[in-house]
Design a protein around this ligand. Structure first.
Ligand code: SF4
Ligand code: SF4
Length: 472
């Protein structure tokens, strides 16, 4: 039995005017004096621990750590055997009619798949749906991914119709698309079946067309923008409810221009969901291709935080394009359950392999669409290889047990197995890099949370009440 209870379970952070300590043992944030802040940062372990116990931030005696037991792994696998995937992602083609310069399938990422003529057969799509239908789950989402999935529109129609006639219970559908192939037939079908459409658009032409080019190297903004206009005119209610945007924030940072574009076109972007993400890490070559002189140059999201927090402080609705960035971390802190723990578990936070299931064009099954395709969880027609899933979880256990049991982030961490995959194993080095990012972000989030509540104690109540229609 492992034990935890040292001062590593406390972290400190500052706002403009105050000092705070956060305890992973109680999940509470306490305002402290500058002297205590200095003590927790500089004193000997015994002194930090003595003070932590005195303040109720650390347990008097170390508490047990459940290090992701065989029993827990067994439960997770049994549940998967019974319930199957929540989300089934079908990669219907590896081909794309675009050649975006930052694309993760461009060949610049050593272990990633690349654009090719591989495509899913309709037999395989039907097989994937039938396999999924054998599980007991009654609410599912089916996503279509590529390449560009609308290159396989016939297959997509067949798969959606088959899923609706096969699955019992509630089924929703989604497509991640570059938006170039939205003709009238496609639009009418998407509208008829309420398919969520996530269109990749990086902002106005001057930003989008830096890197989002078609396979002949031509800019793509005009065609996508024209299609969105047609879709909105043809099916305004559908557009308003089911269309969202994926924005890749690539260097050099042009997000202020992107935001101005959203603000200047409210009829297209008001009340929309925006997934704003960075280009995939792990390739120096990609920065050479983008001709970025400083590969490490960061995208600055401070503008988003300022706009989001200012709105919260003034009890106003935050701008939509800030919400996907800022709302989940604030909600996680705001909704945390507080109180002294009797034990810790190291396996909180990460997604469990198989709940999101990515089916590749050849029928192999993966944890999600972002993982490199050399860590399969099974293959159709036989389905999941439960031994592989157990092995994956045990490998994960070996790594997190070393790292997580004395970590102050243990209750709020959102570690992700695909992020630490390296080839056919899980990498301690990758986990360490991920931990640094997670802990730095959490401290920033704590500071944002507390600084805002210093100005308006109730400023995040709308998150609890979902007043602003949280669809994130
Ligand atoms: S549209 Fe998507 S899959 Fe196609 S090249 Fe661009 S980023 Fe890659
Ligand atoms: S994954 Fe890293 S940051 Fe998260 S709890 Fe474990 S050690 Fe802490």
């Amino acid at each position: 039995m492992e034990l935890s209870g040292g001062s590593m379970l406390i972290t400190t952070f500052q706002t403009t005017n105050n000092y705070y300590a956060y305890s992973a043992w109680t999940n509470e944030i306490a305002r402290i004096s500058k002297e205590l802040y200095n003590l927790f940062n500089n004193a000997e372990e015994s002194e930090k621990r003595r003070k932590g116990i005195e303040l109720g931030l650390l347990p008097i005696a170390p508490i047990p750590v459940d290090v992701f037991s065989d029993e827990r792994i067994g439960e997770a696998v049994s549940e998967l055997m019974e319930q199957g995937p929540e989300t089934l992602i079908l990669s219907v083609t590896d081909q794309c009619n675009f050649r975006c310069r930052y694309c993760q399938f461009s060949g610049a990422y050593p272990q990633s798949r690349v654009h090719s003529n591989k495509k899913m057969t309709s037999e395989l799509a039907v097989q994937a749906i039938d396999w999924c239908a054998n599980f007991l789950r009654t609410k599912r989402h089916v996503g279509f991914y590529g390449g560009e999935p609308l290159l396989r529109f016939s297959l997509l129609k067949e798969a959606i119709r088959h899923a609706l006639s096969t699955f019992k219970g509630e089924t929703s559908f989604g497509i991640t698309t570059n938006g170039s192939l939205l003709d009238v037939e496609v639009m009418d079908f998407l509208e008829e079946f309420n398919v969520h459409l996530f269109v990749s658009l990086d902002g106005p032409a001057i930003v989008n067309d830096r890197y989002r080019l078609d396979s002949s190297g031509r800019p793509t903004f005009n065609v996508v923008w024209g299609n969105l206009q047609k879709l909105q005119n043809r099916h305004p209610a559908y557009y308003s409810k089911y269309v969202g945007f994926n924005v890749t924030a690539a260097p050099p940072d042009q997000l202020p221009l992107v935001v101005r574009f959203f603000e200047e076109n409210p009829s297209f972007f008001k009340d929309k969901l925006f997934n704003i993400s960075n280009i995939k890490q792990g390739s120096d070559e990609i920065f050479q291709r983008l001709e970025v002189k400083e590969p490490g140059s960061q995208i600055n999201y401070q503008w988003a935080w300022e706009a989001f927090l200012s709105a919260c402080i003034h009890n106003e609705r935050p701008p939509d394009y800030t919400r996907k960035i800022c709302e989940p971390p604030m909600a996680r802190i705001h909704h945390r359950e507080m109180g002294a723990q009797v034990s810790f578990t190291t396996d909180a936070g990460q997604c469990e392999p198989g709940l999101r299931c990515h089916v590749m064009t050849d029928g192999t099954l993966h944890m999600c669409e972002h993982i490199d395709p050399i860590f399969p969880l099974g293959r159709l027609p036989s389905g999941f290889d439960y031994d592989s899933i157990r092995t994956c979880l045990r490998m994960f256990r070996e790594i997190i047990n070393v790292h997580c049991q004395d970590c102050w982030a243990i209750q709020l961490c959102s570690k992700c197995i695909p992020h630490i995959v390296d080839g056919t194993s899980l990498s301690l080095t990758n986990l360490s890099s991920l931990c640094n990012v997670i802990k730095k972000r959490l401290k920033r989030d704590f500071a944002h949370y507390c600084e805002s509540r210093e100005k308006n104690l109730d400023c995040f109540e709308w998150i609890a009440n979902k007043t602003y229609d949280v669809n994130i």
